[in-house]
Each structure stands twice: as structure tokens, then as C-alpha cells.
Write a protein that binds this ligand. Structure first.
Ligand SMILES: C[S@@+](CC[C@H](N)C(=O)[O-])C[C@H]1O[C@@H](n2cnc3c(N)ncnc32)[C@H](O)[C@@H]1O
Length: 526
């Protein structure tokens, strides 16, 4: 780093970076870079100052567009990167009610459903009052954005839990009554935990770890020292992990905390410390007693989100479980010693408040339109018959005016198990699993046979849904077609690909490593 005298506050740095990149960089973006040791700060007496040269060094290497085009080709449509959006915008209001791996960003849906045009998209495909169909509805992104834009929407998903997540996002719920139920359950839960030793144990352990980490893993200095190779992370971590573990084992026996449950057959038996499991069962029983279906469903999703955060695993393995972890451990993600959870109370309360807040935010944007996700197999579901059982008005509308088109992101070949990613929720709430009908599931792998089955499955979905579409329909499919299957899929569905948009994927909520692009295929009937 070249020394300069120019020192900026966090706010000034955000203005500087916004100017440099031509896109919004917030003070919290800058604070994040400092915390993670990417930018070095100076400053005395509690003020944080950043040398301007630090910013120059960091942002010069940040010219993403050039780097990505080198990797993925010059035909990449950078306008579809939506890189100007911050994470809080791509996970705005109800889009973050529950984690879901494989979600697309709302701005992408908005781009295709809305009336915005540019040199790539020269027409408007959907207008207010139309119906859009998403036969791979997932966590309901299409439904939510359709609502914002005044468009009706029907979703279908094979996973009962995904259909539930989608529906609680779009269904209007009485927030005052929801808050009352949350307060009641939280009070009962606090009373329940006051009779157990796990909460006191966890408070003591947290205090101890905070002190220990401040001393031996100070933030952000520790990460900076590791990055500069002044500390060997591996040996430093191993040494302190062992010291803390010894202390941990002593206190565990002092408080008589049971780490493992007696059985380990079910997901709930294996992946939760006993005290956490007891609390989960307790809250689940309270939710069962709630009479209003809408409120019951929202509470179910809050509890599911809570237990996902409380699984006995490391922070690094939350997205893909490896083995249960029931002791303190060195966490490379946070650069300090972390611990598993012994109580769900704080997550339950945090997610409850967050859910109410997000639902209220969406209420302010809602249009008077209808959206619903059906739980079924898109290769053969009779949309009108199933819709009639759930929403007669929308069924009538779909029958008379027909569905205008499809906007959807089908699963990719052998990449994600959509049922398994929410195994804890299936186990706790007892939803029926239909893994065998899940197209492109990871457990079905990526062999030639798997690719052929996948292509057949997607073509079957298009053929089945076509019966309900208007004559001059438009179909948009977001795909990562690395096996070049979509030309054949279009052929088998008697459709033609009339356009392709290639977009870089930057803003993924569950960040996996590596650059990759998606194609949005635009299909019409033949
Ligand atoms: C890529 S995800 C969709 C994500 C969605 N666009 C979102 O933003 O949340 C694909 C979805 O297709 C669903 N799926 C797989 N096979 C299906 C089938 N036969 N019928 C209906 N849905 C299916 C999976 O359960 C998964 O939720």
C-alpha cells in the first residue's frame, strides 16, 4: 500500500466508493470490508479513519464486469447482473422470511414481468390483471413480485414445505393477532426454559467465549494478521480450540448438560442438542393449538427458520450439513471460537420480530391481486381443478382469460435436493415428501440418463401447463444449461426458442463459490 495523507471517515469512504464505482456503496458496506480485514482502518479515540489509498487498492481489483466477461464470454448481458442492488434489496421484505437455496433475485422477475424496456428487452410481456404461472415456484419469488406489479399468479411446487413458504409470503394475515400469538408463545417458552439449566449455562459460556476471543482472536486484527501471514491460523486455532474445549467439558458436567439425545434415527434426534430439541417440541405443541390457519402457517415458518439456525453444526456447514457438532470449535468463517446453541429462545424472538416487520413492509406494497402456490407435480397437475379447491375466484379467472405466460426457474440437473434442504421441517411438521417426483434432484446425479430424464421432465411440465395458457403465450425459463438440453426440451414441448438472455449471477443469497451465468430462454408456441 502506498501511504497517502488523505484519511476518510466511513461515511466519506462510502461517498468516495460510490463515486468511483458509479453505484451505491453504503457506509455499512464499508464497515463490512473493515470487519473482514479487506480494508485497513486507522484512527484514535474511537474514530474510524480509512486511508484513501486503501480504497483505491481494493476497488481497482473490483472491476467485476471485466473479470467476469473474461471468464464467461463477451455476450454476457451485464444489465442483468443487477449489481447495483445491495443484499438487503435483493432480500427485501418477505423474500427473506425463510432461507431457501436456489432462489432467484426479485429484480430479475421484475425485469421480465414489468413494463420496463431497454435495448435487450424491447417489449412488455405481462400487464396488470394478467395471470403468470410459475410451475417451479420454489420459495415464491414470482408470486411476490407479480403481486407488487398488479399481476395475478399461480405457482406449483412438488415440495409441500416450499409451497408453504410461498403461500405465507403472499397471503394477507392479521398482524395484530399474529403478534399476540407470538407474545404468548414467547412468554410460555421463557417460562419453560426458566426451569432448565441450559439458558444459564449458555449465558455463562457466551461471556467466557467473548472474553477469550477478545484476547486471542481480536477482531478485525486477527484476520488481518492471518491475511498478512503474521499468524499461522491453523496452529493458533488448534492450540486455543484445545484450551477452550477442556474448559467447556468441565462446565458441561458441572451443569449436567446432555449433549446427545438418546435416539439418533430421525433428523430431529441427530441434529439438535437435547435441550434445544425439548424447546422445539414445546413450541411446536403451542403452534398446533392456534386455530387460525393463516397464523398457524406463519408461526410454522418462523419455527422452521429458528430450528434451522439452531442445528448442532458449525457456522460454515449451515448450508450443507456434514456431522453434528456439540462442542466449541474454531470457526474459520468468523475467525474465533464459536459454540453450538443450547436454547432457541433468542432466535425464536429475533425471527418472530423480523417476520412481523417484513410482512408489514410487504403489506404497504400489496396490490389487490391474487397469488397462490399449489402443492403438486407440474408434469401432470390439473391446474384448474386444484385451483378450484383453494381459490375459486382465481380458478374462474384462469378459465376465462387463460394464463398469459410462464416465468420460472426450473431446477438444474443434479444440483440441489429441494426436499432434503428442509429435512428438519419435514421431520418436525410431518409434511409428505415426494422426492421421487422432484425433477433434477441432486440424488439423481448428472449422468447421461439423469440428463435425459431431466429433459423429459421439463418438457412434460411445459406440455402439461400449455393446456392452460393463452394462445399467444410467452414462456421465460431461467436455466443453467450446461448440458445444452433446452433446444431439445423446446422441441419436445412443441415450442421454439425465440430469444436468449445471458446473465452473470452475482447476487446470490446463499453464496457458493465461483463465477457462473444463467440463460433466460424465451419460448413461444410453434
Ligand atoms: C430452482 S427452484 C425454483 C426457485 C424459485 N424460482 C425461487 O425463487 O424460489 C426449482 C423448484 O422446482 C421444484 N420442483 C422440482 N420438480 C418439480 C415437479 N415435478 N413439480 C413441481 N415442482 C418441482 C423444486 O421443489 C424447487 O423448489
Amino acid at each position: 500500500m502506498t501511504e497517502t495523507k488523505n484519511l476518510l471517515t466511513i461515511k466519506e469512504a462510502s461517498v468516495w466508493a460510490t463515486d468511483f464505482l458509479g453505484k451505491s456503496v453504503t457506509p455499512s458496506n464499508i464497515a463490512y470490508l473493515i470487519n473482514y480485514g479487506r480494508i485497513l482502518k486507522t484512527g484514535k479515540n474511537g474514530t474510524t479513519l480509512i486511508p484513501e489509498q486503501e480504497l483505491v487498492d481494493y476497488y481497482e481489483t473490483y472491476q467485476r464486469e471485466i473479470v467476469w466477461k473474461k471468464k464467461l464470454g463477451d455476450d454476457l448481458n451485464w444489465a442483468l447482473s443487477f449489481e447495483q442492488y445491495t443484499e438487503s434489496e435483493t432480500t427485501k421484505h418477505v423474500h427473506r422470511l425463510h432461507p431457501y437455496k436456489g432462489k432467484f433475485i426479485p429484480q430479475l422477475v421484475e425485469y421480465f414481468l414489468g413494463n420496463h424496456t431497454d435495448k435487450f428487452k424491447t417489449e412488455t410481456f405481462f400487464k396488470k390483471g394478467d395471470i403468470v404461472l410459475d410451475p417451479f415456484c420454489g420459495s415464491g419469488t414470482t408470486l411476490v413480485q407479480a403481486n407488487e406489479l398488479g399481476i395475478n399468479a399461480i405457482g406449483i411446487d412438488i415440495s409441500a414445505f416450499n409451497a408453504l413458504i410461498s403461500n405465507i409470503k403472499v397471503k394477507k394475515v392479521n398482524l395484530a393477532r399474529l403478534q399476540t400469538c407470538i407474545n404468548d408463545i414467547s412468554n410460555w417458552l421463557r417460562k419453560f426454559t426458566s426451569e432448565q439449566s441450559n439458558v444459564e449455562f449458555e449465558t455463562k459460556l457466551t461471556e467466557y467465549l467473548n472474553k477469550y476471543n477478545n484476547k486471542f482472536f481480536p477482531s478485525p486484527e486477527f484476520k488481518i494478521q492471518v491475511r498478512k501471514k503474521e499468524i499461522d491460523e491453523k496452529s493458533h486455532a488448534a492450540k486455543h480450540e484445545a484450551i477452550v474445549l477442556k474448559k467447556y467439558n468441565e462446565v458441561i458436567s458441572l451443569y449436567d448438560i446432555k449433549l446427545k439425545q438418546k435416539k439418533s434415527e430421525r433428523f430431529l434426534d441427530k441434529w439438535f442438542i437435547e435441550s434445544v430439541r425439548e424447546e422445539i417440541d414445546f413450541v411446536s405443541e403451542q403452534i398446533k393449538r392456534v386455530k387460525s390457519k393463516e397464523i398457524h402457517d406463519v408461526l410454522t415458518v418462523i419455527l422452521s427458520r429458528t430450528i434451522r439456525s439452531c442445528r448442532a453444526t458449525t457456522h460454515a456447514d449451515l448450508a450443507t450439513l456434514v456431522e453434528p457438532v456439540t462442542t466449541t470449535y474454531y470457526c474459520a468463517k468468523h475467525g474465533k471460537i464459536c459454540k453450538p446453541l443450547f436454547t432457541i429462545v433468542s432466535w425464536w424472538e429475533r425471527y418472530s420480530a423480523d417476520t412481523v416487520k417484513r410482512l408489514a413492509q410487504f403489506d404497504n406494497l400489496r396490490t389487490d391481486t391474487q397469488q397462490i402456490c399449489l402443492n403438486g407435480d407440474s408434469t401432470n397437475i390439473d391446474i384448474l381443478t386444484e385451483l378450484k379447491k383453494k381459490n375459486k375466484d382465481l380458478a374462474k379467472l384462469a378459465k376465462t382469460q387463460k394464463i398469459r405466460g410462464i416465468f420460472s426457474s426450473p431446477p438444474y440437473v443434479g444440483l440441489i435436493d429441494y426436499h432434503e434442504q428442509h429435512a428438519y421441517a419435514y421431520d418436525l411438521f410431518g409434511f409428505e415428501r415426494r422426492d421421487a417426483q422432484e425433477i433434477g434432484a441432486m440424488h439423481k446425479k448428472q449422468s447421461r440418463q439423469a440428463q435425459a430424464d431431466y429433459a423429459k421432465g421439463i418438457a412434460n411440465v411445459l406440455n402439461n401447463c400449455r393446456r392452460f395458457l393463452a394462445e399467444d403465450f410467452d414462456v421465460f425459463l431461467v436455466a443453467n444449461d450446461k448440458y445444452n438440453l433446452y433446444p431439445q426440451i423446446a422441441e419436445d414441448a412443441k415450442m421454439q426458442i425465440v430469444n436468449q438472455y445471458k446473465r452473470p449471477v452475482l447476487n446470490r443469497t446463499e453464496k457458493d463459490k465461483g463465477a457462473y451465468s444463467e440463460i433466460i430462454f424465451h419460448l413461444k408456441g410453434r
